[in-house]
Ligand binder design. Sequence first.
Ligand code: G3I
Length: 350
Amino acid sequence: MRLAAVIALTLVCAACSGGSSEADPEPTTVPPGPVATTTAASAPARRPLMGTAVRADALAADTAYAAFAGETFDVLTPENEMKWESTEPEPGTFDFTRGDAIAEFAAAHGQTVHGHTLAWYSQNPAWLTEGAFTRDELVAILERHVSALVEHFAGAVSVWDVVNEPIGDDAVLRPTIWSEAIGPEYIEIALRAARAADPDAALYLNEYGVETPGPKADAFDALVRDLVARDVPLDGVGLQMHVTDTFDGSGLDARLAVFADLGLDVAITEMDVRLELPADAAALDRQAAVYGRALDACVAAPNCMSFATWGWTDRYSWIPSFLPGWGAALPWDENLDPKPAATVLESALR
Ligand code: G3I
């Protein structure tokens, strides 16, 4: 078992037996009532680590947000703070300030950090995307970046999304600065550099739209199978799960089993369930059921290590600015009050 997994399981047990000794912040309680319709509403026999994405600026400025995040979750994912544009704004010059802020917050609250992300097509600085680099130069740039981040956060970050969203919506390798200049080998190069920099960190590929069967899932699975067959260091996969209230979760157990059969861990890494606005009570109940189905699947799968939402409150969600007309995607509302989905998750939280 990897050290990261040992730490994770230890954390689970500590959370199960004690819980936080901090004073209760607002909000802490989920109103009683038979809102949830899933089995996840009763205490699960096995509890994956529960996580959320967080924003460093909100942790610093919003005391109620910070207090609840520190008390409620086991794992924090920096929503933007460890991405390339934040961490290497100039070539070879690293800025860990905002990532460190989240790592320090997590350590202070007995939490671990899910690192996000090392090689992606988005949120890269102009010097990288507009530079005219040769293949060898880009390989060296990628290795330098991965090594610097993974070494810097060793001990704080237990899991890394080493490569984010490698497959396009057309179910082939996504054309990016990495795949176009280096070729598909960029994935292996990043994974090997990460393993060398911190042998104790678990290394994941993270992808959206592969939580249901289909051409994109097939392409993702083929990529993962190839890496495993060639003994490339890969410990797990992240299923992002940015879905809607019409999401059909019936195939989720089978998707998690695909990776178990390959000897890999899996994590729900970025779940949110967006609703068309304005959202009525029926939509909120459908949303709760979708969250509950996903949590049930994760609880039931021994290889499902963690279940994280992409933020926890609608006060800070990427959805409304990216998908106008949609929102209300997270389990707690803009006032930090619990929605039916929060009730579904409650039994698994700290
Ligand atoms: O940092 C600048 C800030 O300086 C500027 O004042 C402000 C003005 O708009 O923009 C800020 O950058 C924004 C950044 O979030 C930080 O807030 C970007 O415009 C905005 O595009 C960026 O959005 C992020 C998005 O990834 C970018 O693709 C979202 O917050 C973040 O939630 C989202 O996360 C992704 C995951 O990384 C991968 N999976 C999908 C998920 C949702 O898109």
